[in-house]
Ligand binder design. Sequence first.
Ligand SMILES: [Zn+2]
Ligand SMILES: [Zn+2]
Length: 327
Amino acid sequence: MKVDRIEDLEIRVFIIGYKKEGEAIVVLFIDKVKKEVHFSMAIDSYAYKGGLKSYRNFTDDILRKYHVKDLSVLCWTHPHMDHSKGLLKIFHKYCRRSTKVIKPIFFDNKDTDVVKIYDKETKRLVEAIFKLNALNKNVVINSLAPGGGYDMPYHFRIESKNAQTKRVEIRLMSPVDSIIYHHFRNGTTLPDLNGISVSMILDVDGYSMMFGGDTINDHIRLMNPDDLKGCRLVKTPHHTSLTAREMALYMNPAMLDSACTTIKSKSLPNIGVVEEYKDKTVNFFCTGYNDCTPEGSTYYGIVEYVIGYDHLGMHMDVNLFGNAHRM
Ligand SMILES: [Zn+2]
Ligand SMILES: [Zn+2]
């Protein structure tokens, strides 16, 4: 992408959580002056019917607000419903032949799949993704990361007249190959859908953001600690549960911010794990409350990070909406 001056560039990251459960992320690279979105990525989706006649999907709302027509990247971390509701609609509305769709490997509606899916909407979404892929064999990116490393299927450059070219990379960190191949070879299925969850680092010229999906300890343990140490912003994996707490161990105290979403029925985020992150972060934000009461609370929470540049370098602001709060 090209901007006149680097000051014209704004990166907006929305961590969206719904009241009881439901997680989605939207990332936009915007030319503020020309009011154009140059890169757009949606990770997962959820839709909520909180007393309204129709479902509300904040991924859709945000993409509409910024006039996004085609997504650059859609990432479906894994087929649990708290990450998948409404995603079929988002796919049909915003995905074209030019879109890259990142999904876990061996999750293709085939006998060789390493997870078993019975949900109809989920199966239809897999079908739709492969239908689009048939038009342009380059749509689907099957996520599979080598243990101790990563796959880097997408990158671009940001050019401007007054700053050095910046490189942007998507690094896929999970699922990790040894675990997935073990099941693929033996024809067995993973005990937990979180075991195929995609997690990624979005690196903007050395500023790394980790979007952890619902990745669990088995996979986190096989990642390169140096890659995790370099992260400056983290959407904590699996709603900050004990089964994903090892991510907190690898984080560098120089890391700036963390954000998480909730699953009310499972009392997530886990307060002990939140404390482990808080030892290392300036800010820990959550999109909702564990003990969310109907009074005084909305059915969503959004943590919005706005990253911009000036002559001093990069700066970041945080906006909180709905139930989102600092813990
Ligand atoms: Zn989840
Ligand atoms: Zn999950």
